[in-house]
Each structure stands twice: as structure tokens, then as C-alpha cells.
Ligand binder design. Structure first.
Ligand SMILES: Cc1cc2nc3c(=O)[nH]c(=O)nc-3n(C[C@H](O)[C@H](O)[C@H](O)COP(=O)(O)O)c2cc1C
Length: 277
């Protein structure tokens, strides 16, 4: 799959919401067109990335906003096939982790500032709080998304891998994370294989997610029904098990078993040095 054409606002919005639910077009440029053309890709060619690509992606990531400039994230660039295989095993054997030339483990990293405190002989009293963990996880996510957009602008594709959280201590072991560092998610980066082509996946209508001045869920059920039809048709066109969004949410959120071990997250985090007070 090659780099994507730059779409007009009308075309890009129709792909993102379906023609019926498209919002009116507003200001538009190639950057917004790129954002709207995002799709996750789960099949990669083995081709290496051009020299300097990783550093460019990390520069984009480091350009994201970061809470109080604390920069509480790190990223591990994994290219070693054995490590990728081990990480794929954690993530329910998702084959794209082994296929992609570059696998990034995005880390909520309080360990660096913890070391700073130790070196300066200062106790950082905020460290054991949930809020501080949240800051680090948000920082990591913002950085990763900047890298994703940068990669997509270069004709590369990505897919996030939240399934790394199936076993956080094992991920920490594989990539050698210190106490106070937690792999929030992984990310495959590479060129899409020809068989991995995928359409833009439609999203909920804006009426469902956009509220003016106060939260208002009126009409949500009818919008959901319309979205179910849109996603059902998308799934059928893309060789996925025909399914509605409603059934998908229930399948993913209805039973603890679907958490793949992540129901024990608080205990895992505490064991890794995050007290979450
Ligand atoms: C934090 C996060 C974790 C994700 N984890 C996985 C994963 O483990 N495996 C996978 O195939 N996709 C994963 N995804 C991709 C989502 O399934 C995908 O973004 C969603 O279905 C929307 O599709 P799109 O990205 O093509 O628009 C993840 C996405 C996010 C944001």
C-alpha cells in the first residue's frame, strides 16, 4: 500500500463518518487531511526504514506537549527479532509485531526523575501518587501519537499494541525497564504490505462525542444504531467478522476475561514501583 492521496474535506469527512453523518466542511489543509486519513495497519513488509527515520519520529514525539515539561516518558526501539517475538507472545501473538521493521515500546517513565531526585539528594514526594502516574501515561500517549502522525506523513503506517499490558512485568524484563518505568503500549511501524490495505474506519457521529457547553446524550441511541449499520458494512467490506459497534463494545467490555489479564493492572503497577496513592 503506497502513500495516500491528499483528500478534499468532503471526501475525507465522508470516509470518516459516512456520507449521511458527515459534518459540514470547515477550514482545511493537507495536515488535517493526513489526520483524517489515519488507519491502523496490521501487515508489514520487512523493508528497513530509511536512515534517520527513527530519530525523526522521536523528534516529533519529543515535540508534543508534556505536563510541566517533566518529560516523563521514554521509548524503546526494538528491532531484535528475538525481542520482537517475545513481545508478540505477551501480546497474544499478534503477527505484525514480528513482521514490522521497527517496534516501539512507549514507556511511562518516572524512573528518570526518580534518579534525578536521588542524585540531588531530594525526596520527590509526588512520586507515589496516581496523579503522577497519570501524568506519565498521558505524556507517553501524546508523544506516541505525534510519532504516529509523523510516520504517516512519511508514507509509513502504524498500529498501537495495547496488548503489551497483558503482562507488564514481562515487557519490563524483555526490554530491561527499571523500577518506575511501565510499558504503556507498543507500536508497529513500517511499510504496509499489499494485502494489508484497509479503509479508513468510520467513527461515531460528531453529535455523540461533541457537546456544546453542557454534556447532552439526547439522541445517542439512534445515532448508535446508525453507526452500527455503518461499521457493519465497513466490516463486511474489509473481510472482518460482520459485527456492530454495539456488539463489539459489549464483547470487549462485558466480561473480565476479555481484559487478557489486565484486570490485575493496579497490582502489577504497584509491584513495578508505582504506589498509586
Ligand atoms: C492504546 C491503543 C491500543 C491498541 N491496541 C491494539 C492492539 O493490541 N492490537 C491491534 O491490532 N490494534 C490495537 N489498537 C488499534 C485500534 O484497534 C484501532 O485504532 C481502532 O480499531 C480504530 O481503527 P483505526 O486506527 O484503523 O482507525 C490500539 C489502539 C490504541 C489507541
Amino acid at each position: 500500500m503506497d502513500a495516500l492521496p491528499v483528500l478534499s474535506a468532503a471526501d475525507a469527512l465522508a470516509l470518516r463518518y459516512g456520507a449521511e453523518a458527515s459534518p459540514p466542511g470547515g477550514p482545511w489543509n493537507q495536515h488535517i487531511a493526513l489526520l483524517l486519513s489515519h488507519r491502523s495497519i496490521r501487515g508489514y513488509r520487512p523493508d528497513a526504514l530509511p536512515e534517520g527515520t527513527l530519530e525523526t519520529l522521536v523528534a516529533a514525539a519529543q515535540s508534543a506537549a508534556t505536563s510541566s515539561n517533566l518529560q516523563t516518558w521514554s521509548v524503546i526501539a526494538v528491532t531484535d527479532p528475538d525481542k520482537k517475538a517475545a513481545l508478540a507472545k505477551v501480546a497474544s501473538n499478534q503477527k505484525h509485531i514480528e513482521q514490522c521493521p521497527l517496534f516501539l515500546v512507549w514507556v511511562a517513565d518516572l524512573s528518570r526523575n526518580q534518579r534525578l531526585g536521588a542524585q540531588e539528594g531530594v525526596t520527590l514526594e509526588t512520586m507515589p501518587y496516581q496523579e503522577t502516574f497519570l501524568v506519565a501515561a498521558i505524556d507517553a500517549a501524546l508523544a506516541a501519537q505525534n510519532a504516529t502522525v509523523a510516520a504517516e506523513s512519511l508514507g509509513l503506517y502504524c498500529v498501537y499494541i495495547g496488548a503489551l499490558r497483558n503482562n507488564p512485568p514481562e515487557v519490563a524484563r524483555i526490554v530491561g525497564l527499571p523500577t518506575g518505568a511501565f510499558g504503556v503500549f507498543g507500536m508497529c511501524v513500517g511499510y504496509a504490505s499489499t494485502t494489508a490495505a484497509s479503509e479508513v474506519k468510520p467513527r461515531l457521529p460528531q453529535d455523540v462525542v461533541l457537546h456544546h457547553d453542557v454534556y447532552d446524550a439526547t439522541g445517542e441511541q439512534a445515532h448508535r444504531a446508525a453507526y452500527d449499520a455503518l461499521i457493519g458494512a465497513f466490516s463486511a467490506r474489509n473481510d472482518m467478522a460482520a459485527d456492530t459497534w454495539t456488539r463489539r463494545v459489549i464483547g470487549r467490555m462485558g466480561k473480565i476475561a476479555s481484559m487478557g489479564g489486565r484486570d490485575k493492572m493496579a497490582a502489577a503497577l504497584r509491584a513495578m514501583g508505582f504506589e498509586l496513592n
